[in-house]
Ligand binder design. Structure first.
Ligand SMILES: NC(=O)c1ccc[n+]([C@@H]2O[C@H](COP(=O)([O-])OP(=O)(O)OC[C@H]3O[C@@H](n4cnc5c(N)ncnc54)[C@H](OP(=O)(O)O)[C@@H]3O)[C@@H](O)[C@H]2O)c1
Length: 312
């Protein structure tokens, strides 16, 4: 059963923009597990069927575009918390990083404030930086500032690269180490990464949305239990899969050219913002709270690789 937005929910409603995505649908699932009514907002909600999250209890599926301010008030109405888990990885037409990650994020925060929502959670990313030369990283940083201005007290959740059996990161590396005789690294493969299990981030977002946090901070950086260089990560995945791997450094300039050439294809597997992100270490800041402060024990990539193997 799919509830409609005007169903009575007795102040127990959390709205998740991007609630059908890789992270968002797990946030919805985690909320539903806690007997909270979750409203998943997206442009293409699943029609006439239960979504994956709602096999135990119903959640609401609402169709709205974050770029359309006229639908926002209705979409957030009656919510005790709103989560923005909308993504944009490649700019297409009117969908620019500026419009989605800055202007629309701020408009959603303002609509939530006007609707009397108690908590606003903005999903951003480790490394977000309003002064970055990368258009994507800069928009994420400016988006955080715009959301904080529109909704005082808003909480930023910055995940590191998220993993799961249906991710686009570890599953791709796992496929390529099996397929390629020589594995091409981003640069020397020395960029540091701290992959985090997507379910752990979803649980963190859920606890913050419900005010189940003892730390009253405005930024949480959510990362996994171990830091790897990209080269170490590729080798670790190959080891877990029992595959021998040889790696070769490939300059970032080559990756940028490849990404520029391929990202306009309908199913782009490499984008310029990914290349930009891979140039910079992506690990949680030691002086910011994260999963530990939310009493979440992060799971490692071994668990995720087991899940990928199991699903294969
Ligand atoms: N994945 C990672 O490793 C990672 C790491 C760090 C940070 N993040 C951040 O985490 C957030 C969630 O990422 P994700 O990987 O879960 O994204 P995702 O799988 O691409 O899901 C995006 C969600 O947003 C919805 N959406 C997209 N454009 C929309 C629009 N204009 N209006 C309304 N809904 C829209 C999508 O549904 P429709 O297309 O049907 O609208 C979908 O539900 C993003 O901010 C991302 O930058 C992700």
């Amino acid at each position: 059963m799919i509830n409609r937005p005007n169903d009575p929910v007795d102040g127990n409603l959390v709205t998740v923009f991007g609630g059908t995505g890789f992270l968002g649908r797990r946030v919805v699932s985690s909320l539903v597990d806690k007997a909270v009514v979750a409203r998943a907002v997206s442009r293409h909600p699943p029609k006439d069927k239960l979504d994956e999250a709602s096999d135990k209890r119903p959640s609401q599926q609402v169709e709205a575009d974050i770029l359309d301010p006229s639908s926002m008030a209705a979409a957030v109405g009656g919510s005790r918390a709103v989560v923005n888990a909308v993504s944009l990885y490649v700019e297409r037409g009117e969908q620019t990083f500026e419009r989605v990650h800055v202007e629309a994020a701020a408009a959603l925060a303002a609509a939530s404030r006007d609707a009397g929502v108690e908590r606003f959670i903005q999903i951003s990313g480790i490394g977000s930086d309003a002064k970055s030369r990368s258009p994507y990283i800069q928009a994420r940083g400016r988006g955080e500032e715009a959301v904080k201005a529109a909704f005082p007290g808003a909480v930023m959740v910055r995940p590191s690269v998220m993993t799961g059996p249906d991710d686009a990161f570890i599953t791709t590396i796992a496929r390529l180490v099996r397929l390629l005789p020589i594995y091409p690294l981003f640069g020397e493969g020395s960029t540091l990464l701290q992959p985090v299990y997507v379910e752990d981030v979803a649980e963190a977002v859920c606890r913050l949305a419900l005010g189940q946090n003892s730390t009253d901070a405005s930024i949480f950086e959510c990362a996994g239990p171990r830091i790897y260089s990209y080269r170490e990560l590729v080798r670790e995945i190959a080891t877990q899969l029992n595959v021998r791997v040889r790696t070769v450094p490939v300059p970032f300039a080559v990756w940028s050219i490849l990404a520029t050439a391929t990202e306009f294809l309908p199913a782009a597997s490499l984008t310029r913002n990914q290349v930009d992100l891979m140039r910079l270490d992506n690990v949680a800041a030691k002086d910011l709270p994260g999963l530990k402060e939310l009493d979440i024990q992060p799971r490692g990539i071994e668990d995720v690789i087991r899940m990928i193997e199991h699903a294969a």
